[in-house]
Design a protein around this ligand. Structure first.
Ligand code: 7TS
Length: 414
């Protein structure tokens, strides 16, 4: 036990108004950042200022206000592009979130390029967002789904590629960081494997981009989807990054205004990338909030975000190990994991556990976390999950552990 980590980022907490509220008569201990993160005043203010001073529709007005709105929207795209080191802002498509990003690849690429006999390679730890869209596309195209298993220490088992990888595999889609186990995906290995058989790689980066430095040009993958709301930004917006070569192979999966070059009665042509994938009026204020979230994280530095998360996760794993009958599901090594810590406590149902924690003002998620196949593999119907972000402090872990001891007493765990 190395003791409490120094909470070097605790000073940030004043930026998050919600963190000084009370729940059930206790200060809120928000330990559900894998579901969504809280928002700093810098993000709230950017969105408020946009509506107060700049609001107009984008890419259509001939007047100054509309030009300013368009510049703010496109400025946000450039910030997001810089954040993941995209080769150009054009490679960033604004989406509604991770789910929409993955669906737009499944339906904009998969539907047009897959046929019977082809294979889509997924893994056993995927969120439903990176599973169900592929099931739908498999049903349409006749392609088959195959799964990479997990190792005994909860990592994607790349040794199993040997039996599964061949020319039939056209897509490898996998999570960059598991929302349940915390496991970091073997991106380089799977990217290389995909290239060797001419498959595309799709990274569900919902939990990855918010939690570690990401350089899309260095990763060697084709598509990467993430959302703003898990990285201090608003809900309703996310980004799909794709290499220009792959984006050119993608068909729009939504049609409407602003995505066309010309429209005839029976056929239309598309405008340039990325706007051909952004039909209709986009979430403009949300994009600006996303940009402000990126500024905020860049001011901290993503290396610092990652090391803070490692230290709070190390502390949580050490302290949770003190609770008898508690089982954590996920890799032990911090270099292989992020800050989502899922656990069960004896045979107490995770929902009951979450209710007892809530009575102490501690917010954790309980359930299958949109990963039913993974929970079946773990042979538990549900887990409780504590997850951390830049504002998480060791005192919250202490309160969690104390409340878990209390839960054991309440449920009479011997
Ligand atoms: N992929 C992963 C790995 C996720 O964790 C989530 C959301 C998604 C995709 C979907 O993101 P969305 O923003 O489009 O909904 N994960 C969670 C979670 O763990 N608890 O609530 C949402």
């Amino acid at each position: 036990m190395e003791g409490r980590p120094i909470s070097g980022l605790a000073r940030l907490r004043d930026d998050f108004p919600i963190l000084s509220t009370e729940m059930n008569g206790h200060p809120l201990a928000y330990l559900d950042s894998a579901a969504t993160t809280q928002k700093p005043v810098q993000v709230l203010d950017a969105m408020d200022a946009y509506y107060r001073t700049t609001n107009a529709n984008v890419h259509r007005g001939a007047y100054l206000l509309a030009t300013r709105a368009t510049e703010a929207y496109e400025g946000a795209r450039a910030k997001v592009a810089g954040f993941v080191n995209a080769a150009s802002p054009q490679e960033i498509v604004f989406t509604r979130g991770t789910t929409t990003g993955i669906n737009s690849i499944a339906f904009g690429w998969g539907l047009y390029h897959l046929r019977e006999g082809d294979r889509i390679l997924l893994t056993m730890l995927e969120h439903h967002a990176n599973l169900v869209p592929w099931q739908l596309v498999a049903r349409h195209t006749g392609a088959e789904l195959v799964y990479l298993p997990l190792t005994s220490d909860y990592l994607i088992d790349t040794a199993a590629l040997e039996g599964l990888l061949d020319e039939r595999v056209k897509v490898i889609a996998f999570s960059g960081m598991s929302n349940v186990l915390g496991s970091i995906g073997p991106i380089e290995v799977l990217g290389e494997a995909a290239r060797s058989v001419g498959a595309i790689t799709v990274v569900d980066a919902a939990q990855m981009v918010p939690h570690m430095p990401v350089d899309v040009q260095a990763l060697g993958v084709d598509f990467l989807a993430f959302g703003a709301h898990k990285m201090l930004g608003p809900t309703g917006i996310g980004a799909l990054w794709g290499s220009m070569e792959r984006l050119e192979q993608l068909e729009p999966s939504e049609g409407g205004g602003e995505m066309i070059r010309d429209v005839g009665l029976y056929e239309s042509t598309w405008t340039d990338i990325p706007h051909r994938f952004e039909a209709g009026t986009p979430p403009i204020a949300e994009a600006i909030g996303f940009g402000a979230a990126v500024d905020y994280l860049e001011a901290i530095g993503m290396e610092v975000v990652r090391s803070h998360e490692e230290s709070i996760t190390r502390y949580a794993l050490e302290r949770l190990a003190e609770v008898p009958d508690l089982r954590v599901y996920g890799p032990d090594h911090l270099s292989q994991r992020g800050g989502a810590v899922s656990f069960t406590l004896a045979d107490i149902h995770p929902h009951d556990l979450a209710t007892i924690l809530d009575q102490q003002g501690i917010a954790v998620r309980a359930g299958h976390h949109c990963t039913r196949p993974l929970h079946r593999l773990l042979e538990v119907p549900a887990t409780a999950r504590a997850s951390f972000y830049v504002y998480s402090i060791p005192e919250e872990v202490d309160r969690l552990v104390a409340a878990l001891h209390e839960a054991r007493r309440i449920f009479g765990v011997a």
